[in-house]
Write a protein that binds this ligand. Structure first.
Ligand code: GLA
Length: 413
């Protein structure tokens, strides 16, 4: 617990102290013995990692969708499909060796197509909002779909979450993964330039899930790719995510107007409900009387990551892992599960599942109530194409957009 609460410490590195769920038949071995066996399994008898591909379904327009099941040497399992690059499930152990699925979603393809709040999907061409669905680039004004009130959200009517990607499984010495590829044609959803996009998910034996995003274009265009998994680290043990203890390595955030477009200010979190520099439950201040919480109906804000910004003196900036900075650490007290996020991106969107309202029945019929999942979307800041003071999101011909985010799963206290 002390580790998780410290706010600056990191999750246990390396393997979780548990083996895979299928290591021994629970029915014939007493629970106490089973836990001992599982605790010994990874070092004594590592499971072979694996990657399997099977058909998942066919879209309404007849496109075949594949399902990839990635399993690492410790038994952590990630399932993802070629429709939207959607992560269907992530199974990890809790502190007592009980395994559960820690993301929200559906069991079959049809509900993803019928209307999903971006459960588990790749987001593009532009993650988050562009004001008024318009931006001007090199003197030309482009008009995008306004699919979120007056604004453009998550790539438009048919964003990267609603297309079928190519998918190629791969295996390395210490990891398995899938490379998703997609060609976004010139003019798609109003964006300029044909863009070749490649997003890989790599599940390592160090219990990391690595997202690598790459894109090239034949014409200047904004790009801001992210991953929209909704986490509930309690698995089935808690209906909402308000008890999760969150640390964000961010001394500032970007306040928004009532349509969730940044005002342009980088506001200090100090003294506000947006100060997560030391571990605080998501629910502790979510209903405070604060105009920004009123605008977001809770947390739905971009945080400015301290990274290696010399102007920031919080002391939380922590460079590691091939130049990535830590963005977030989450500890779920009921189960002990932890999630740590490192990224090359300057921002992270904390979305506390405010629009979930109990009308969606997900996996195994489970109803997803208000704030039953949270998203931590690494990104450039919302509306950057219209905000010259924000880090640029423009990629030009001859350049490569390349960014990485690493999730690390663990357990603590
Ligand atoms: C993002 C947005 C939210 C919401 C969700 C999807 O996180 O910032 O406002 O649109 O996606 O429901």
């Amino acid at each position: 617990m002390a580790r998780a609460r410290s706010g600056v410490d990191v999750a246990p590195r390396g393997r979780v102290p548990y083996g895979p769920p299928r290591a021994a038949p629970a029915a014939v071995i007493p629970t106490a013995t089973l836990i001992t066996l599982l605790a010994c399994a990874p070092d004594d008898s590592p499971m072979p990692r694996s990657i399997a591909t099977i058909p998942f379904g066919t879209t309404a327009t007849g496109e075949v969708v594949d399902l990839f099941t990635m399993t690492n040497a410790n038994g952590i399992e990630v399932r993802a499909i070629t429709y939207g690059g959607i992560i269907l499930s992530i199974k990890t152990p809790d502190r007592d060796g009980r395994w559960d699925d820690i993301v929200l979603g559906f069991d079959s393809l049809e509900p993803y197509e019928a209307g999903s709040p971006y459960f588990g999907s790749i987001i593009g061409r532009y993650g988050n909002r562009i004001a008024g669905g318009r931006f001007t680039l090199d003197g030309e004004t482009f008009t995008l779909a306004t699919n979120n009130g007056p604004n453009h959200l998550h790539g438009g009517d048919v964003g990267f979450d609603k297309v079928v990607w190519g998918g190629e499984p791969f295996e390395r010495e210490d990891a398995v993964g899938v490379a998703f590829t997609y060609t976004s044609v010139d003019g798609e959803e109003g964006y300029p330039g044909t863009m070749e996009v490649r997003v890989t998910y790599t599940l390592t034996d160090a219990n990391e899930l690595i997202f690598d995003y790459r894109a090239t274009t034949d014409r200047a265009t904004p790009v801001n790719l992210t991953q929209h998994s909704y986490f509930n680290l309690a698995g089935g043990a808690a209906a909402d995510i308000l008890g999760h203890e969150l640390t964000l390595d961010a001394s500032r955030f970007t306040p928004v107007d009532t349509t969730l477009i940044p005002t342009g200010e980088l506001a200090p979190v100090e003294g506000t409900p947006f100060d997560f520099r030391t571990a605080t439950t998501i629910g502790a201040r979510i209903d405070d009387d604060h105009p920004q919480l009123a605008a977001g109906l809770g947390y739905d804000h971009n945080f400015v990551l301290d990274g290696d910004d010399p102007d920031v003196t919080s002391g939380l900036a922590e460079k590691n892992r091939e130049g990535l900075h830590r963005a977030a650490f989450v500890f779920e007290p009921l189960t002990g599960r932890t999630l740590e996020i490192h990224t090359a991106e300057p921002g992270i969107q904390l979305y506390s599942g405010n629009f979930l309202d109990g009308t969606i029945a997900g996996k195994a019929g489970r109803v997803y109530g208000h704030r039953s999942g949270f998203c931590l979307e690494t990104q450039h800041f919302p509306d950057s194409p219209n905000q010259p003071a924000f880090p640029s999101t423009i990629v030009r011909p001859g350049e490569e957009y390349s960014t990485r985010t690493v999730l690390t799963f663990g357990v603590a206290g």
